[in-house]
Design a protein around this ligand. Sequence first.
Ligand SMILES: C[S@@+](CC[C@H](N)C(=O)[O-])C[C@H]1O[C@@H](n2cnc3c(N)ncnc32)[C@H](O)[C@@H]1O
Length: 229
Amino acid sequence: MLRRRKHGPTPTHDAARTEAPAPVSEGILDQYVRSAPSRQAAIDIFAGEWSSSFPASTGLTAGTTPLFEDPRITWTIERAGGVQGKRVLELGPLEAGHTSMLHEAGATVVSIESNSRAFVKCLIVKEVLGLDRCSFLLGDFMPYLQETDERFDLVVASGVLYHSPDPLGLLESIARVASRVAIWTHYFEPEVVAADPSQTRMFVPELETVSWHGHEFELHRRNYLESLQ
Ligand SMILES: C[S@@+](CC[C@H](N)C(=O)[O-])C[C@H]1O[C@@H](n2cnc3c(N)ncnc32)[C@H](O)[C@@H]1O
């Protein structure tokens, strides 16, 4: 077995005699998988970090939220009249659960994710489940939507509108690239927020009023607080 010395300058003859041997880094050896190749081994690169559970039929173990069997996406596919042969743009795939469902239903999917760890998980899912008509892009979907010349049959924007600091701009940008959009989002409901102290503390009391194409809207800024951890 080869063992690699820690990187550093080559010691001079004198220094080599007087200094203790350079410590050997074992860290790299932890990065090797000794078991036979398996799909689960690829998933386990992020063991303990998955939100999604995989369908039981895959035999794969990850998180607990069934995002690969999500009724929101079943509904979306039904409402779209099916997605067989359609080009779908997905915003914020997280762990590619919805991407997988759209692929299963026959779509070709471009999916944009800005979180680098989530992006790598999506690539693992692509390989593990063979999502050969899906491509994942790492980056912010806003500049993409504002600049691309691509057109899509459908945009899927699930769980992203409420994260946007510019939700009206996001909606307008989505309309640049497709005439159909599926949105799932949280939204501000004053009575609900006022009745729940755990929600009230998240919101900045001052409203921001914005003008958009002659209409006025109130934006309610919500802080992430400890959930950023
Ligand atoms: C709450 S998750 C939603 C995941 C999934 N779409 C769903 O509905 O269950 C939001 C995802 O969108 C990604 N995201 C948020 N804003 C983004 C942006 N501007 N560009 C790209 N990805 C973004 C986040 O990193 C995260 O993976």
